[in-house]
Every structure is written in structure tokens, then in C-alpha cells.
Design a protein around this ligand. Structure first.
Ligand code: NAD
Length: 496
């Protein structure tokens, strides 16, 4: 059985740790690899390698750093299918969805190629007579990223390419549930010509993360995962005087106005709620129908019944299994609670299996209606293929409902009215809004801007905000003396 190696100082090395975590194929729960829980000394070596590499990497011209990203982007595209196959093997995602996961990461690498333009500072000539002020941004040092299971390509690629192109070095701690994809991404980064120590990868769990959070040489922490872990990491990182950005869970609402295009809405709702088995932080998990809507909800039933999960290479499969038996049991429990608390279950996907793969973590799509805000299926992030339908009378009520929810990752409104869309985009307290677009994930020239309990920190992932997150600003005020400028002491604070 393969034990996933660590990447330390340019070498893939076996961990000396005796503690391992099984990496499984979610379609049958067979173990396909073992992830080591890296020892504290191994984390120490990874950070030391990154710290040493920073000394020369920060002096490497930004155009050269950008060229590394160009070669990396080309390799990722060349190996797109190979990466997606590995990704499917450890997540169960369909091949098409796995390719999408990789592609959304490649787009961030393309953005990292822009780093020379993104790092341009500001300047003002003659802030006072003969004096100019200008600013540069400079990298921080060793940055670290802690990533979740649900996008094992995209989310590591949200982090290390932007950080490294900005001149930092990096230690990645991927999810222990699917470490093979991040390791392949790291192999390709080395193959693209990354100098040793610029990217390091350590595997493990809380123990490994804690070693990073308490390390004096780690300057910034990027995290994506669940809310309790995000809160813990944000608090611990900032208490240890590190910069932190923590992207967390979600409960995304789609508001459907009576004037929306019905066919478009219904098809979008199915894909956006149960696609990827609902294991997306931007999945739509609540559909809020404004006005009379019984007929629309009833028309969702046959569409949900048509959705068939299946194996990664089955082109007709809508999505794959959940990541683990524990994840499946958790979603089943929520469905049970929804029924007990009075919601109407129109389609129940609790029991589903694929012939020959009965031991996999399969779940069919589940559709609830008559859901109310006090029910746990509304309050909690389910992270499974479950859509909750609710009804309100007015757009104002819909906005109040969404704004009262503690999460603020994404939302969408379906309408033919510009006025309704404008009101919604302006008044809604959610960081990413789609108008007739169900899952409004911004492309990497913007930033990924979750709000409220979906994000702890100030500066978000990718785009210009990531460049700010991974750098420090230095502002220089300069005067060059000419003979005819009078000198002598100046006792005031003003520049003259
Ligand atoms: P998770 O919080 O269980 O794990 C995420 C990472 O944190 C992993 O690397 C894990 O090893 C580490 N970790 C787990 N427990 C820890 C602890 N106690 N202390 C320190 N580190 C710990 O999340 P997950 O189940 O892998 O991912 C799913 C979650 O991620 C969902 O809640 C989803 O909404 C969220 N997510 C959010 C976004 C976003 O952009 N907001 C994107 C993707 C996923």
C-alpha cells in the first residue's frame, strides 16, 4: 500500500511517522493509499526549507516567477486528464466534474502569471517640493495553506500559485481524505522548474496543522474548510500574530421570483443543489419561492427522480458518492431530522446504491418542501445532495430570511425584473450574488468574497485581494538634494 510522500526541500520523502490515515475510494470504500500524519520534526523541516528558499526566491525577478507559472499552467493543461483521473479515484467525482475542479485551479495559475502587473505599486511625484513618494509591495515569507477534501485541485491552486508568484514560499497541508491530487499538483510544480523549498507539502491532521499554526516562521495562514475548524484556525493563527484568511461553511439560498423563466429555474436548481453530491461550498441548498409556487415545486419532483449518481467513468452519472461513510451517515441523519421536524420529503435519496458498488457512500437526491427556519435541515450546512424549498409572500421577506441566516457565501435570484434584481443585489448581506446565475463563483481576476460565518478575515482568495494578503506594503518618501535647495534643520512635521 502506497504511503503518500511528503515534499520537503524539493524531494518527495517517506514520512517517518507510524500514524497513518486511510485514503479510500468512496465508490467502494477500499483503501487506495495511506496518508501519514507528519511528525513535528517533519513540519519543522518543511518550514525551515521554505524559510531558506525564501532568501533567494524573494530576489528572483517577478518576470521569472511569472515564467515558472507559465510553464506550470502548460503542464497542468497537458496533464489535465491524468490529474482528473487521480482526483476521481479519491473523491469519487465524475470525470467531467473532476476536470472542472482542475480547470478552476488552472484559471488561478493563469492569474498568477499576471503577477508583474498585479504587484505594481503607487507613486506620486512632488508630494512636497523636490520630494516623491512611492510604494512597493514585498512578499511576507513562509505562507501556509490548509485545504478541504471537496476541491483537492482547485483550492490548493487558489493558494500556493498566487503566494509563490508574489515572492513567498509555501507549506501546503492538504486534506487527509484526498492527498493524492495535491501531491500530483506538487510533482508537476517541481517538474515545471520550481526551485527546491519554494513549495513543500506535509500531510496529516490537527496535529500537523497545530505545528504550523504555532511556528514562529510561518507568516500567513490560508484555510478552507468547515466553520468550527475555520474559527479555531483564525483565532489560533491571529493569537500567534499571523495573518489569516479562513473560508468556511455555507448555506446558500436561491430566491425565485414569480416572473422568472420556469424551465431555466428548475434545471438550474437541480444541478446547483445536488451536483457534486452537494459537496460544494457554493451549492444551492435552499430554494426560496416568492408567491404561489406549489406547481413549480411539484415539477421539481420528476427532475430529482431522474438524477442518477454513478461511477466516475459513467458518462451518464449525475454525480458520484459522498466522500466517506461518516459524511453519508451525517446527511442521512439530517434527512431523518427533517422528516421528524415536520418538513415534507418529496424525494428521499437516503437509500441508494450502484450495482456492484453497494458498499460505496451513495446517496440519491433529496427534495424537501414546507421547510421552516427553525428546522435543523435549514439551520445547518448539510453538505449533501439535499434541496430545501421554502415559501414567502414578498421579495422583502425573502431578503429578510437570507439576511437572518448566519452564513454569507453565495446567493442567487431568478427574475425577469431589473428592479427586483437591483434591490436584491443591493440589500442582500451575502458576499457573492448571482442574477439568473445559480452558482456565482467569481473568476480569478475578481476575488472569492464570502461574508459572515462563511469567512473569517479581511482579504479574500485570489484576484487583487490575494496579492494584498500575501504581501506587505512599503512606502518610500525620497528627496535628492540639488545645490540650490536650501538645507538646515526643519522642526515641523510638514514636508516642504
Ligand atoms: P474540515 O474543516 O473538516 O477540514 C479542512 C482542513 O482542516 C483539512 O485539511 C483538515 O485536516 C483540517 N482540520 C480538520 N480538523 C481540524 C482541527 N480540529 N484543527 C486543525 N485543522 C483541522 O473541512 P472538510 O470536511 O474537509 O471540507 C468541507 C467544508 O469546507 C464544508 O464546510 C465546506 O462548506 C467548506 N468549504 C468552504 C469553501 C469556501 O470557500 N467557503 C470552499 C470549499 C469548502
Amino acid at each position: 500500500m502506497q504511503t503518500v510522500p511528503l515534499l520537503i526541500d524539493g524531494e518527495f520523502v517517506a514520512s517517518a511517522s507510524q500514524e497513518t490515515i486511510q485514503v479510500t475510494n468512496p465508490a467502494n470504500n477500499e483503501t487506495i493509499a495511506l496518508a501519514p500524519v507528519a511528525q513535528a520534526i517533519e513540519v519543522e523541516k518543511a518550514v525551515a526549507a521554505a524559510k531558506a528558499a525564501f532568501e533567494s526566491w524573494k530576489e528572483t525577478p517577478v518576470s521569472e516567477r511569472s515564467r515558472l507559472m507559465m510553464r506550470y499552467q502548460a503542464l497542468l493543461k497537458e496533464r489535465h486528464d491524468d490529474i482528473a483521473k487521480v482526483l476521481s479515484s479519491e473523491t469519487g467525482k465524475t470525470f467531467a466534474d473532476a476536470k472542472g475542479d482542475v480547470w478552476r485551479g488552472i484559471e488561478v495559475v493563469e492569474q498568477a502569471i499576471n503577477m508583474p502587473a498585479l504587484m505594481m505599486g503607487e507613486s506620486v511625484e512632488n508630494v512636497a517640493r523636490g520630494i516623491d513618494t512611492y510604494s512597493y509591495i514585498q512578499p511576507l515569507g513562509v505562507c501556509t495553506g490548509i485545504t478541504p477534501f471537496n476541491f483537492p485541485a482547485m483550492i490548493p491552486l487558489w493558494m500556493f500559485p498566487m503566494a509563490i508568484a508574489a515572492g513567498n514560499t509555501f507549506v501546503l497541508k492538504p486534506s487527509e481524505q484526498d492527498p493524492l491530487t495535491p501531491n500530483l499538483l506538487a510533482e508537476l510544480f517541481v517538474e515545471a522548474g520550481a526551485p527546491k523549498g519554494v513549495l513543500n507539502v506535509v500531510h496529516g491532521n490537527k496535529t500537523t496543522v497545530d505545528s504550523l499554526l504555532h511556528h514562529n516562521d510561518v507568516k500567513a495562514v490560508s484555510f478552507v474548510g468547515s466553520v468550527p475548524v475555520g474559527q479555531y484556525i483564525y483565532k489560533t493563527a491571529t493569537e500567534n500574530m499571523k495573518r489569516a484568511q479562513c473560508f468556511a461553511g455555507a448555506k446558500n439560498h436561491s430566491v425565485i421570483m414569480p416572473d422568472a423563466n420556469k424551465a431555466q429555474v428548475l434545471n438550474n436548481l437541480v444541478g446547483a443543489s445536488v451536483g457534486a453530491a452537494g459537496q460544494r461550498c457554493m451549492a444551492i441548498s435552499v430554494a426560496v419561492f416568492v408567491g404561489s409556487s406549489q406547481e413549480w415545486i411539484e415539477e421539481l419532483v420528476p427532475l430529482f427522480n431522474e438524477v442518477k449518481p454513478g461511477l466516475w467513468d459513467d458518462e451518464s452519472a449525475a454525480y458520484g458518492p459522498l466522500i466517506s461513510p461518516a459524511a453519508k451517515a451525517r446527511v442521512q441523519d439530517y434527512i431523518k431530522q427533517g422528516k421528524e421536524q415536520g418538513a415534507t420529503c418529496l424525494v428521499d435519496g437516503s437509500e441508494y446504491s450502484v450495482a456492484g458498488y453497494e458498499s460505496g457512500n451513495w446517496m440519491g437526491p433529496t427534495l424537501f418542501t414546507d421547510v421552516t427556519p427553525d428546522m435543523t435541515i435549514y439551520r445547518d450546512e448539510i453538505f449533501g445532495p439535499v434541496l430545501c424549498c421554502m415559501r414567502v409572500d414578498t421579495l422583502e421577506e425573502a431578503i429578510a430570511l437570507v439576511n437572518a441566516n448566519p452564513y454569507g457565501n453565495g446567493t442567487s435570484i431568478f427574475t425577469a425584473s431589473g428592479a427586483a434584481a437591483r434591490k436584491y443585489q443591493h440589500e442582500i448581506e451575502v458576499g457573492q450574488v448571482g442574477i439568473n446565475v445559480p452558482i456565482p463563483v467569481p473568476l480569478p481576476f475578481f476575488s472569492f468574497t464570502g461574508w459572515k460565518n462563511s469567512f473569517f478575515g479581511d482579504l479574500h482568495a485570489y484576484g487583487k485581494q490575494a496579492v494584498r494578503f500575501y504581501t506587505e506594503t512599503k512606502t518610500i518618501t525620497a528627496r535628492w538634494f540639488e545645490d540650490d535647495i536650501p538645507s538646515g534643520p526643519n522642526m515641523t512635521i510638514n514636508l516642504r
